[in-house]
Ligand binder design. Sequence first.
Ligand SMILES: Cc1cc2nc3c(=O)[nH]c(=O)nc-3n(C[C@H](O)[C@H](O)[C@H](O)COP(=O)(O)O)c2cc1C
Length: 190
Amino acid sequence: MNQAMTVHDAIFGRCSVRAFQSSPLERSTLQALLAAAVRAPTAMHSEPWQFVIVEEVALLKRLSEQARLSFVAETARLHPGRAGLEMFSRPGFDIFYDAPCLVVICAKVDTPFAAADCWLAAQNLMLQAHAMGLGTCVIGSAVTGLNAPATKLELDIPAETVAIAPVIVGRPRGETPRSARSEPHVLAWR
Ligand SMILES: Cc1cc2nc3c(=O)[nH]c(=O)nc-3n(C[C@H](O)[C@H](O)[C@H](O)COP(=O)(O)O)c2cc1C
């Protein structure tokens, strides 16, 4: 665990991790991640974020399967004929990549910037996790499934609250190469 990693090293070293050891995370580790998440900037100091943490393996599997089916159905409806969904169409494909933990950052979206605040919190959580030797990945494909009324009920997410940023966390299994980025596209610099 290297919590003294520089911000530069955390930003440039982080990458999405999709292969995990099965060992659960310590409670103190998760608390450190949540503490970092809530240090994010927050519009009007509203701190809209609320967290659901799922570690039960059977529940993770069930949520994955529900979310996978919702994602396939929604994508087929919104983008008929879209390529690249083969993986998601495979029964049993775990959209959480068998991670031992899913953190769902939620908010009541009754202010214009609640979702922005949650995404900033997600980035804080992911950088902190990276600095602690953990791997993370945003699972946007789970958002629709997590917001299904029955799932919200099961996860104690109130009706007026929305699941915004699902992030899986765990100890990485193997090395993940960093993905490339284009140079910054500056539209104007006057
Ligand atoms: C809003 C959002 C949704 C994402 N959803 C998924 C997802 O459902 N499944 C997945 O494997 N990766 C997902 N990712 C991770 C991206 O694929 C990843 O960030 C991108 O390929 C860049 O790679 P890097 O994070 O390693 O730099 C998502 C990322 C973001 C920001």
